[in-house]
Design a protein around this ligand. Structure first.
Ligand code: FSO
Ligand code: SF4
Length: 539
């Protein structure tokens, strides 16, 4: 195996024996073959100008399966590979494409599982198939951005929102990744990936807000009640909705974990009395927290950490998530999920062990922030707010991430943090005060809500009459971990944001030359010390 797609790649070079994330080599190899298979499917779609609902349903989900901390189950990945080959063959037959003119990724086939495993080990399906390290770097940057787009698109599609243009872009881009060796062409494709990341995030924002209302300022309880509970994690709001409906009147409470916290900010979810609060923090700390929760846990998307035996029988998966031995939530014929087994399971469990008390205040997505615009603009004009600092993105395991807590604590009192994603858990429970009633930490929601931060920035630019987004009093100190964050990064670059600080390390998949171009064109850098970074970002 060779994988360097996330921030925790071994030695910041790549995982080669097993993933730091817990992914086994066989799973990593099969995931490479799955990406290779998706490329082949896209290739035949592009060449025959073909797209149908089944393909649009499959591609984003299959991409999602290969994102860090989503699926650790070789059997699941194998099934997705087989489905990809089946769809591809159907299209070749339907459109009379000449197989002899197609590349290997679009023609390979198998007789049994051993054939699939054998091919998954071949260099030609691996990231290292591309010998030129700069071309490889650009190709993987695009691939990871597209994986992020696939994940965000899956979320929107689960709510019944879709945009064919995004699928067409994925198909075109994956085909170019097979054919192109041209660094300029690939660089432009990376920027175009940023454009489609913006479009996808906008679609998801529309899906979320039209379905559940606009997030509003909300206090989220961190304590527990004396009844059994179900803990739901990941990003999928539709799954949460169905769970809340099915747990109504059962005596079982529902708590959010990690990226599900912002569900509390939506007006729609406030009507459920048994939707109690948020339990615990960000994904890297789940092994201790799941243990103490005592009841069943549902993982709707990333980030799953390989579960301990002590609570493994209480973890359920759904959607793209998979882990050997974990129970899967059944899907009914009408497409809804059947949580009855989890609910019965919860009834037999003890209530959660309390971890903390108090509350988190959040809900500052674009509508809510714009409702406070007058107040905020006044504070900016009078100098009470000197700077906004975007501290969005992901959390991770490494000790180096303590930097973000220190950074938030040491920021001058006339600065306001704009956040979203699980990175916020490094500072959201600190009492950082407010500026004339405006909290110093404004949480827009999940990483899925990164679009909100862009809307706020563009609105501020308009109101302040500025020409360029970079003239705004906003600095970016972003923490990244997995491929959704790569899509968000490309989106920000596409919007013209410069001087982003990306940490705690730059991606291992950026070759020195590609990193140099990003530094020269966009002023990207990585973190140094808290004091130095505060000096250069805030002044
Ligand atoms: Fe975090 Fe994990 Fe939301 Fe990511 S829970 S790290 S960018 O999957 O998706 O922010
Ligand atoms: Fe390593 Fe990250 Fe890949 Fe897991 S996803 S194998 S930790 S680089």
């Amino acid at each position: 195996m060779f994988c360097f797609q996330c921030q925790e790649a071994a030695r910041n070079e790549g995982c080669t024996i097993a993933g730091v994330c817990g992914k086994k080599d066989i799973v990593a190899d099969l995931q490479d073959l799955l990406v290779y298979t998706i490329k082949g499917l896209c290739y035949v779609c592009e060449k025959s100008n073909y797209l149908d609902d089944e393909v649009m349903e499959y591609i984003p989900k299959a991409l999602f399966v290969t994102i860090t901390n989503v699926n650790f189950d070789d059997k699941d990945v194998m099934d997705y590979i087989k489905k990809g080959v089946e769809l591809r063959e159907k299209i070749i037959e339907k459109t009379n494409l000449n197989k002899e003119e197609l590349p290997h990724c679009a023609t390979w086939n198998y007789e049994n599982d051993d054939d699939i495993i054998e091919l998954s080990l071949a260099k030609e399906v691996s990231v290292l198939a591309e010998d030129n390290e700069d071309i490889r770097s650009l190709k993987e940057l695009i691939t990871y951005g597209i994986k992020g787009i696939g994940a965000y698109l899956s979320h929107a599609m689960h709510l019944g929102y879709n945009n064919e243009e995004i699928h067409k872009f994925i198909v075109k881009a994956m085909t170019k990744l097979v054919d192109s060796k041209d660094a300029d062409e690939l660089f432009n494709l990376a920027m175009e990936t940023g454009k489609y990341a913006v479009d996808t995030l906008a679609l998801l924002d529309k899906a979320n807000t039209e379905t559940y209302g606009h997030p509003e300022i909300t206090e989220v309880n961190l304590g527990v009640r004396d009844r059994p509970g179900i803990l739901i994690s990941g990003h999928d709001l539709k799954d949460l909705e169905q769970l809340l409906e099915q747990t109504k009147g059962t005596g079982v409470d529902v708590y959010t974990h990690c990226e599900m916290l912002p569900a509390h900010y939506y007006p729609f979810f406030k009507k459920y009395d048994h939707f109690v609060g948020n339990y615990g923090g960000s994904w890297p700390f789940q092994t201790e927290e799941f243990e103490k929760f005592n009841g069943p846990i549902i993982m709707t998307t990333n980030c799953l950490v390989p579960p301990k035996d002590s609570y493994k029988d209480r973890v359920y998966v759904t959607g793209a998530v998979g882990y050997p031995g974990l129970k899967r939530i059944p899907v009914r014929e009408d497409g809804t999920k059947d949580f009855s087994e989890v609910i019965e399971h919860a009834k037999k469990c003890k209530p959660p062990t309390p971890l903390e008390n108090g509350k988190i205040v959040g809900g500052f997505a674009h509508n809510q922030v714009l409702a406070l615009a007058d107040k905020i603009i006044e504070a900016v004009k009078s100098g009470k707010i000197r700077k906004f600092v975007v501290m969005a993105g992901c959390d991770g395991r490494h000790k180096t991430r303590e930097y973000y807590t220190e950074f938030a604590k040491k920021l001058p009192k006339d600065t306001v943090i704009l956040t979203c994603g699980c990175a916020k858990y490094r500072f959201i429970k600190l009492d950082l005060g407010d500026i004339d009633g405006i909290p110093r930490v404004l949480d827009a929601g999940q990483c899925n809500d990164s679009y909100s931060l862009a809307v706020v920035a563009l609105k501020l630019k308009e109101v302040l009459g500025l020409e360029d987004i970079n003239e705004l009093p906003i600095a970016y100190n972003i923490a990244w971990y997995e491929q959704k964050a790569v899509a968000v990064l490309l989106a920000l670059l596409y919007l013209g944001v410069k001087n982003i600080v990306l940490g705690p390390t730059l991606p291992a998949f950026l070759s020195p030359n590609v990193a140099k171009v990003l530094v020269e064109k966009f002023g990207i850098s990585t973190i140094s010390t808290v004091d130095e970074d505060i000096k250069r970002l805030v002044g």
